[in-house]
Unconditional design. Structure first.
Length: 120
């Protein structure tokens, strides 16, 4: 199983087993961070790493990571909107990134962080 597949599996486990939520997400973050630190800059890896960071409430770190990468899928745009909402709360930029999702295709295997938009 490659790093992307394993991180997706761990992300899924985190949401199914709340008693080990943080543990599974931290494991996924560790795998993705290692690949990133080894120089891997695949957009799917960056998107998924940012989504996991957002679910761990490491919002500023996720936003910086997303801003360092050119979006190529709708999930990247959604995660950027979530990161802005959670760390900077700039309504114009949140709206811009949410609308940008229509300009990009969905990408299989791309994670999107959880966001309670009603709770804003």
């Amino acid at each position: 199983m490659n790093v992307i597949e394993e991180s997706i599996r761990l992300h899924d486990l985190a949401w199914r087993d709340h008693s080990r939520f943080a543990e599974h997400l931290e494991q996924a973050a560790k795998l993705l961070r290692a690949e990133y630190e080894d120089g891997e800059r695949d957009s799917l890896l960056i998107n998924n790493y940012a989504a996991v960071l957002l679910d761990l409430h490491r919002d500023a770190e996720a936003l910086a990571l997303l801003q360092s990468s050119v979006p190529d899928c709708a999930e990247h745009c959604l995660n950027t909107a979530i990161a802005i909402a959670k760390s900077a709360y700039d309504l114009a930029r949140i709206r811009q990134w949410n609308l940008a999702t229509a300009d990009y295709p969905r990408r299989q295997g791309a994670l999107v962080a959880y966001m309670d938009w009603q709770g804003l």
